[in-house]
Write a protein of this length. Structure first.
Length: 357
């Protein structure tokens, strides 16, 4: 999710409905996707093959029943990635691991801090966001308390990986002023990625793949899954599609068919949701389901202002068809706005425990 508002072009549903018909006839958009989609989509997105190199422990701390590490690593370009690794203090043996993926939310001053607490208290901006969409809590810490090793890391454009921007003076906090400026430059990031033969989604997916590989490499971590809300759910879907070693995936409030989003629900989303070439390979739910038959939970927020109900219902039908009757796909229809609230988190935690232990 981004903080953008729909523009007049996005509201012109009739025009784009007509264009969709022509594109479908000439280009074959949203074809029935098969098992080849994973490789074809990875190629279309230009997913980079990155590694978490030169991993350092920057500091450690304890917080009641939790132990935390702040890690940093290099993916080969830009500032070092910073991450929090959280785990129960007294838990023996290898723990199931979860890559916790922060959302977009129009907030780029921080990344991992939106969903994970380090030794410092959350900033007012983070506390405000958590109250709005996370039930007021840091879900990565709560998940760690359930017996998981949880990794929350920044990616390109967020937190430790953000771009230096010139900020206008004003009465708002530095964080809010940065986010207002960053809102205007995501399209520039996406254009540069396209010129380099990749995509914004392809770069972020490469960084998430590197983080997941690092978490699996630790001797104190066993099977690894991932979870995220909104833009974090988008990242979870891509990670689940492109990493066959991710055992279980939770996507919260980020699944709808593209075709039902036309004419009213396109403009408010991040460029990561629109990787070039994907509609000629399949619809967004086809890529979400490309990990079948491996475990997948999708949580649909039925009062989500960012997705049409028809698109969520169509997505559920497409994913159900791909998974068949095997039972590895679990759908949650929550009567909530765009969010990953406490009941949704608890459902996800219990489901991850069943599939990762």
């Amino acid at each position: 999710m981004s903080a953008e508002t729909p523009g007049p072009v996005d509201r012109n549903g009739a025009l784009f409905g007509e264009l969709a018909g022509i594109a479908a006839a000439q280009l074959g958009i949203y074809p029935s996707a098969g098992p080849e989609l994973r490789a074809a989509a990875r190629d279309a997105l230009g997913v980079l093959d990155l590694r978490a190199a030169d991993v350092r422990v920057e500091r450690t701390w304890t917080d009641g029943d939790l132990a935390g590490e702040e890690l940093s690593w290099s993916v080969g370009f830009g500032p070092r990635t910073h991450a929090f690794l959280l785990r129960p203090r007294q838990a023996p043996g290898p723990l199931p691991g979860v890559v916790a993926l922060h959302c977009h939310a129009g907030m780029k001053w921080v990344g991992k801090e939106k969903i994970a607490d380090g030794p410092e208290a959350p900033s007012p901006e983070v506390a405000r966001l958590r109250k709005d969409i996370y039930g007021g809590r840091a879900f990565a810490n709560e998940l760690a308390r359930r017996g998981f090793a949880v990794l929350a890391h920044d990616v390109l454009s967020w937190g430790s990986r953000r771009f230096p921007l010139d900020l206008e003076p004003g009465t708002l906090s530095e964080a809010d002023r940065y986010d207002a400026a960053a809102k205007q430059h995501e399209h520039v990031v996406a254009k540069h990625c396209a010129v380099l033969g990749t995509s914004f989604a392809g770069v972020v997916a490469g960084e998430d793949l590197a983080a997941a590989a690092y978490l699996r490499s630790r001797p104190d971590v066993g099977p690894v899954g991932c979870a995220g809300l909104s833009g974090g759910g988008l990242r979870a879907a891509l990670l689940g599609a492109f990493d066959p070693d991710i055992r279980a995936v939770v996507v919260a409030a980020m699944v709808s068919s593209y075709r039902d989003m036309l004419g009213g629900h396109v403009a408010r989303h991040t460029w990561m949701l629109y990787p070039p070439g994907l509609p000629r390979l399949g619809d967004w739910p086809d890529l979400v389901a490309a990990r079948a038959p491996q475990p997948l939970m999708v949580q649909y927020a039925m009062r989500d202002e960012l997705f049409p109900e028809a698109g969520m219902r169509r997505a559920h039908a497409l994913i159900s068809d791909r998974y068949g009757d095997g039972g590895a796909y679990e759908a949650v229809f929550a009567d909530v706005p765009h969010s990953f609230d406490v009941p949704m988190q608890e459902q996800a935690f219990d489901w991850l425990a069943r599939h990762l232990r």
